[in-house]
Design a protein. Sequence first.
Length: 232
Amino acid sequence: MGTIVNAVAAAAGGFLGLLLKKFVKEEYKNALDHVLGLSVAILGLFGALSSMGSVTDGKIETSGTMLLIISLAIGTFIGTFLHLNDKLDRFGNLIEKKIKISSFSQGFVTATLLYCVGAMTIIGCINDGLHGDPTILYTKAMLDGISAIIMASTLGAGVIFAAFPVLLYQGFLTLAAGWLAPLLSDALIADISMVGYAIVIFIGTNMMGLTKAKTADMLPSILIPVIYSIFQ
């Protein structure tokens, strides 16, 4: 139930943001792009740091730096080899032609990654699947709905379609919670979140026009901590 509410909130927020987009002048859209990009980059930075850091006896300690670097390097190599970003762009262009929606890919990829990375997604789905407690996902639904309004007002209708990956991804995690829970230690969840948030940083810098990173090519990086934990 929590996943359905989350997906509906993301789609509803996207629709509302799309309506607001009509009333926002181009100069304001550009300004909002930079502000939103900065906010996303900061979210990614603090998310990654919080996943890496801990406080022991009043001292801040970090861990997982090498895992982060290796995960991004190997994952991006795999994604580039598979041409994930190019394939997603082609899919986006096909959608744009079919239903006449411009800038579909950027909104879709940006929103999908923001909705799906982070410990809140994993823990919320496991709680919902194992204990029937959707509280965390309800909170996430509210946050995603607000984010969708802001993103759709600048990035367009692709944000609305990001509700479908949310439904599929979180639905899978919820249904498979009984099988996944014993495998997902706190450390592994933190490592997955760390890599995911690092990719979010690039999404933010892309939105600000500072970089042109192919973030979809980085997606396999999220799986590297899982493989590492198996052979550890």
